[in-house]
Design a protein around this ligand. Structure first.
Ligand code: FAD
Length: 295
């Protein structure tokens, strides 16, 4: 069953985002995290795709492991960064051969140390072209059981100057063959509902899964804002700073994320995608606090 099929079923999905490990110690932490999180019976786990060659290989290894285990379906992130069209075709072909059915097609962030994004000379410019490429490769190989996701940006949508372009871009992704979207991190339920309602009014019907990040310390709050450009809410920063120890800070971060997740589910979100930072404790506490019924 693809993620598209899961989203067509009535119950909300539960899923996690992992990133590829860079060291043997990180690899071992990731494996433990995957095992612990698999016990919550998630619908899928997504694996990010870095700009550097080595982490791309590590992403592929994690996706392969999940695909081979047949327990939790992998959602393979793919980006246009630093790869020619032919290289992207080869990656998609390899994944399809390994039984991967779900892809998240992204443009990607620039490699570390590079301020602006530059396409590969023989590569793709925008994410919607990658959606089309995945569809083309699947079609050429006779694979029909496939779903393709894309990124959506509720916090950006709240800004008037980005709104129309954001909707046009999301529509281009849908027109290219996207089946669903996963959002960037954000902190206000009304930003999500505004995006979904405006998208529907513009003829965009794909389900939009919100991403929720339990922010469990001040360092992570600062880093999340740097990476996404979305300010961490002042009341969450204050609660993290006021916490007496790590456990109290984690409780504050999980509580904040759980209230957001419950609000999103009440507003009709088709699932919750949890950013884990490859750690299981906060994610598990969040799943518990959300009260998501797993069948
Ligand atoms: P695009 O849709 O290509 O948009 C990129 C920029 O171009 C945007 O500013 C958009 O407005 C503009 N644009 C698009 N089409 C047009 C057009 N026709 N005309 C003019 N402007 C246009 N990054 C990674 O490197 N690896 C990951 O694994 C990863 N995972 C992510 C997962 C999620 C759920 C999200 C939300 C983001 C993730 N990112 C990841 C970050 C993402 O790659 C960046 O946010 C990137 O800047 C935008 O990606 P996109 O896929 O939306 O790109």
């Amino acid at each position: 069953m693809t993620i598209r099929d899961l989203l067509a079923a009535a119950r909300p999905t539960l899923s996690y985002e992992l990133f590829p490990p860079r060291t043997p110690a990180a690899q071992s932490t990731l494996e433990q995290t995957m095992d612990v999180l698999a016990a919550t019976r998630p619908d899928f786990m997504s694996i990010t795709y870095g700009a550097a060659g080595t982490t791309q290989g590590a992403s592929r290894d994690v996706v392969r492991r999940l695909a081979a285990d047949h327990t939790v379906p992998p959602l393979a992130h793919l980006t246009c960064v630093g790869q020619s069209r032919a290289e992207l075709v080869a990656v998609v072909e390899a994944y399809l051969e390994e039984g991967v059915q779900d892809f998240l097609a992204l443009r990607g962030d620039p490699p570390r140390g590079q301020a602006d994004w530059r396409p590969h000379p023989d590569g793709l410019l925008y994410a919607h072209e990658l959606v089309a490429l995945v569809r083309e490769v699947a079609h050429a190989h006779g694979v029909t059981n496939l779903s393709v996701g894309v990124a959506a940006f509720p916090a950006q949508h709240a800004l008037e100057r980005f709104r129309q372009l954001g909707l046009d871009v999301l529509r281009a992704k849908q027109d290219a063959g996207a089946d669903f979207a996963i959002t960037q991190v954000f902190y206000q339920v009304d930003q999500y509902t505004a995006l979904v309602e405006d998208a529907a009014a513009a003829g965009i019907r794909i389900p939009v899964i919100p991403e929720v990040m339990p922010i469990v310390n001040t360092r992570r709050a600062v880093r999340a804002a740097e990476l996404t450009g979305v300010d961490t809410p002042a009341e969450l920063c204050a609660a993290l700073e006021a916490a007496e120890d790590d456990a109290a800070a984690r409780a504050a971060g999980v509580d904040h994320a759980a209230r957001l997740a419950r609000g999103l589910l009440d507003a009709g979100a088709p699932g919750i995608h949890i950013i884990t930072f490859n750690q299981s404790a906060a994610a598990l506490e969040l799943v518990d606090a959300m009260g998501l019924v797993r069948g």
